[in-house]
Design a protein around this ligand. Structure first.
Ligand code: FMN
Length: 141
């Protein structure tokens, strides 16, 4: 069974480009092995990630993420069975939130900075859906 999981977290330290590059590189290496696809959105302090794949595989990666000391305060925003993937071409896409159109962020947030801790999980999920449909990704693989 295919599932989609969305969570947000706070980085323990400000997110430097090198940190994200390392996370994305290792995710892109590991995810194909487990049939995981998705996208990682980040600002200088916040991560929001979508993981799609088989239920056991997604649960396994989420279990590892919960132990990962690079971030904290994980909140589960969504978990559902899906018929099809939204991110089938992305072993793990990367989106820098400061590159996103301000008006798109304002559409779903109280300010032009994404803070999933201050808005409903529906609003964050809707923003991600809109990003997926406009393909606003900085990297594809
Ligand atoms: C924000 C963030 C996103 C991550 N995304 C993934 C991912 O998509 N796939 C993955 O296998 N590991 C991902 N990781 C790394 C895992 O948390 C973990 O470090 C990795 O699976 C290695 O675990 P292990 O060394 O215990 O086997 C991510 C880590 C962070 C901080």
């Amino acid at each position: 069974m295919l599932v989609r999981l969305i969570y947000a977290s706070r980085a323990k330290a400000p997110i430097a480009p090198d940190t994200v590059d390392a996370i994305l590189a290792s995710a892109r290496k590991r995810n194909p092995e487990y049939g995981i696809t998705g996208v990682l959105c980040y600002s200088d302090r916040i991560f929001v990630q979508v993981l799609e794949g088989g239920r056991d595989q997604v649960n396994r990666v989420y279990g590892q993420l919960m132990q990962d000391e690079r971030h904290q305060d994980l909140i589960l925003l969504g978990y559902e069975a899906i018929d099809e993937r939204q991110y089938s071409s992305w072993t793990m896409g990367g989106i820098r939130l400061d590159k996103i159109n301000r008006s798109l962020l304002l559409k779903y947030s109280i300010s032009s900075e994404l803070n999933p801790y201050l808005v409903s999980s529906c609003a964050t999920v809707a923003l991600l859906n809109e990003l997926a449909s406009t393909a606003a990704f900085t990297q594809r693989d």
